[in-house]
Design a protein. Structure first.
Lengths: 112, 113
């Protein structure tokens, strides 16, 4: 069964903190994605990776970085959290060449 | 600019009242169109993939169809448990290696008993 897990369901952080969100997939997928979802704005792509150690910016990469040291793991890093990064963060993965993405349960991040 | 537009934004139905959700797209080269269901506070769940105009896919009370400009998600005799946000996404030929998708804003469906 397809499985994408995210390290936390809910997270509360303070402005200026460094925040790590981790995503793990057990399907041997080459592609991994980080999105944020906000009411009225839909799903917006932050970063994606199509291979280990490879990354590409999505539509809204500012204030974020990513790390992919192993095929199954893709981390999203908020270098210095700000209140406008309060959001639902969703990780997804897919096979190379396939469009179907499988999503994790999401992490709801609140930055105070 | 490649774009995906879903309508309506919100839809309220009575149980048993059939209807359709629309996903229209203007893209340079469609490789596939995807439908997802998302329950509140959860990640999207994959429903269907459509690749060519005229193709149809069915699952329980849901049927997805595709034309050259749009896709419809038909809901027949919906039940309250069909209440969710339905997302449409497209993959372009230029994104076939990366698997990148362009998502619409979604349609939030509420089915009242």
């Amino acid at each position: 069964d397809v499985k994408v897990t995210q390290s936390s369901r809910y997270l509360v952080k303070r402005t200026g903190e460094k925040v790590f969100l981790e995503c793990v997939q057990d399907m041997d997928h080459e592609n991994m994605f980080w999105y944020r979802q906000d009411p009225g704005l839909g799903l917006r792509l932050i970063y994606f990776s199509y291979d280990v150690k490879m990354k590409e910016k999505g539509d809204i990469p500012e204030g974020y970085s990513v790390s992919r040291e192993k095929k199954e793991r893709f981390s999203l890093i908020l270098e210095s959290a700000s209140t406008n990064q309060t959001s639902m963060y969703l990780c997804a993965s897919s096979f190379q060449g396939a469009g179907t993405q499988y999503f994790g349960p999401g992490t709801r991040l609140l930055v105070l | 600019e490649d774009q995906v537009t879903q309508s309506p934004e919100a839809l309220r139905l009575q149980e048993g009242e059939s209807s359709s959700l629309n996903c229209s797209y203007t893209v340079s080269g469609l490789r596939g169109l995807f439908w997802y269901r998302q329950d509140p506070g959860k990640g999207p769940e994959f429903l269907f993939t459509l690749y060519s105009a005229g193709e149809e896919k069915e699952k329980e009370r849901l049927k997805a169809t595709l034309t050259k400009k749009e896709s419809f998600l038909h809901i027949t005799a919906p039940k309250p448990e069909d209440s969710a946000t339905y997302l449409c996404a497209v993959q372009l030929y230029g994104s076939s290696n990366t698997g990148k998708l362009i998502f619409g804003q979604g349609t939030t469906l509420q089915v009242k008993p």
